[in-house]
Every structure is written in structure tokens, then in C-alpha cells.
Design a protein around this ligand. Sequence first.
Ligand code: CA
Length: 233
Amino acid sequence: MAKVLIIEDEPDIRQVLEFNLTDKGHRTQVAGTAAEGLRLARERKPDLVLLDLMLPDVSGTEVCKALRADKELRDVKIIMITAKGEEIDRVVGFELGADDYVVKPFSVRELMLRVDAILRRAGEKPQTGDFFEFGRLRVDREAHRVWVDGVELELTALEFKLLVTLHDRKNRVQTRAALLNDVWGIEADITTRTVDTHVKRLREKLGAACDYIETVRGVGYRFAESPDAEGTA
Ligand code: CA
């Protein structure tokens, strides 16, 4: 059970969301404007915000920024609801720090699955430490060693960093620009195409574990949710 804040100006959608979330045992609050939404967020500190992009007063992207800028709310989970399918909106949504998004018209069932997944992840402790395992993959961060099905791979330092970066942000899409920044460093004189080239090479080396790195078309890459998940490319 979680506290969910719905910021959405369309009464029909608001009602459907409220009904389904309450039905699952969550406590919901609704706001029809950005101002009201921000006020409720600050007052009630929700676990999750379902945030419409097109609001009557201020855009959802501004609300997202305001939430992330607030010391007490920066870790709140945010699912953006957008009527526009343009890839640019998705990228912008993720760069602002949304955890996920759905495009209207969305299936309620799909949205509820995403809500479950996000809340479940929020309750999990992040995997830190020197060592992690994921399906066929085993990684020793300290020693920079990687195994697939027990066979050690020869990765370059960059490929290793790329793999670990994607893993540590599991389920969060990483834009090419973000990867360039974090893996290569901003001063690097390379293009986003470089990211694609390195991901391709890394996947080839991963062999049977290549599906663990998923392509999110038009946006970037992400690490699979579970070792046996279907790719969403
Ligand atoms: Ca709207």
C-alpha cells in the first residue's frame, strides 16, 4: 500500500486512476492543476506521483522539476502521463527525472503493472557492494571482472563501466547523452553514435546475456528488469 498523488486535469482519467489504485489498496489524492498538485505533494509526501504532462496552469515537466528540486520530495517516484507520443517528450521526461511514462490513451492494466514495478523497486535496497549477480551474469566491481555462465569475458574498461552504469540504474532508461556524460565524461570529443557502437560491442561480448541490455527506441538503453524478461526493443 502506498500514497499515490494523481495530478491530472481530465476528470475521466482521474476517476479511472483513482478507482484502480484504491481498488489495489493504495491511498490516493487527486489534483486537477499543477499548483494544487505541488501543494498536496508538499503536504502529504506521496510515495508515487502520476503526473499528467499537459496541465491547465503549468506543464507537468515544470512540476517534475519542482518535485526533484524539493529536498523532501526529490526521491518521490514519478510516472509521467503524456498525450504526446513524440520521442522528444519521453527524453525530456526522463532527463527531468521521471521514473517512467505512459502515453495516452494508455491501458489501465499496463499502468497498474508499472505502478507495481516502481513501488516494488522503491522498496528494494539498491544493490551495492563489490559484487553482483544477474541471471547468467556475474560482476566483480572491485576486480573489474565479468563472467557469463561462469566464463570470464574480456571487457575494456569503458565497456565495463558502461555495463555497471546500466546495471546500477536498472529499469531507468539511460539516454545516450546521459551515458556519454557518465561513462565517457563530458569533455569527451565523441558523438552519441559512439554509445551505440559500444553498446553493440558490449552486447556481442555478453553473448547469451546480451538481452540484459535493452534498447529503448528513440531514447537510449536500459538494463532488463529481470534476467528472463522479454526485450522491449
Ligand atoms: Ca491534461
